[in-house]
Design a protein. Structure first.
Length: 227
């Protein structure tokens, strides 16, 4: 299995240093070309500022693209338009400053292209991914997902979720209360009330306990079912 290896610090330092050197030389030459063209058309002291606006636009657009990439967003039309517009303006100014020959114009156009490419390479050094194995699946960290279906406690025992729900929702039955309710119903049918002595005799408890059970059964009125 292949592995992704991050470049060492020495390689990174040399790469960044070379890119910065190229970008600096290209920026100085391109700046002078654009300043010369601006001065030629009568901009005066403003000729020193116009090159900064062109190269600054390229840098600003590149930084916006870098920020949006890190956020997982597309670059955006405005950022790309600003980047291409800045590079195009720099190319046009550098070509205009050259002698009217093909060779001179190609040489003059080179600093503008070199600056844009060198700055983009410098930004790519900030986007180097961390080292890590390639192709290995990443297992999510967290609790195990719940089983899609209930599992039977015993092998071969079917699981009936409806029956389980009925058992859980069924009220709990009080055997003593049910017996007392039967005695009370029988007494009403025969036309004689059932008192605590009868309950104590039938259940084999004290009259005091029979009175408590009889009072609870009468208060519930649910046939011995606990709420």
């Amino acid at each position: 299995m292949s592995a992704r290896v991050a470049p060492g610090w020495a390689v990174r330092v040399v790469t960044v240093g070379a890119v910065l050197l190229v970008a600096t030389v290209a920026a100085v030459v391109s700046f002078e070309h654009m300043r010369e063209v601006a001065a030629r058309v009568g901009e005066g002291w403003r000729a020193w500022l116009l090159p900064l606006s062109v190269d600054g636009l390229v840098i600003a657009a590149s930084m916006v693209l870098l920020t949006r990439r890190r956020a997982g967003l597309p670059g955006g039309r405005l950022a790309w338009a600003a980047l291409l517009g800045g590079v195009g303006a720099s190319l046009a100014a550098n070509i205009a400053a050259a002698e009217p020959t093909v060779t001179a114009r190609l040489v003059a156009a080179w600093p503008a292209l070199a600056f844009a490419v060198a700055f983009e390479l410098l930004l790519q050094q900030r986007r180097v991914p961390a080292a890590g194995p390639v192709g290995e699946p990443v297992e999510p960290v967290g609790e195990d997902p719940p089983a899609p279906h209930p599992v039977a406690d015993q092998p071969g025992e079917p699981v009936d979720p409806v029956a389980d729900l009925v058992r859980e929702s069924a009220p709990e039955v009080d055997p003593l209360g049910l017996r007392i309710a039967e005695l009370v119903d029988a007494g009403r049918t025969e036309g004689r009330p059932v008192g605590r002595r009868t309950v104590a005799r039938e259940l084999g408890v004290t009259e005091y306990r029979a009175g408590q059970l009889l009072a609870r059964t009468n208060s519930n009125g649910n046939g011995g079912r606990r709420p």
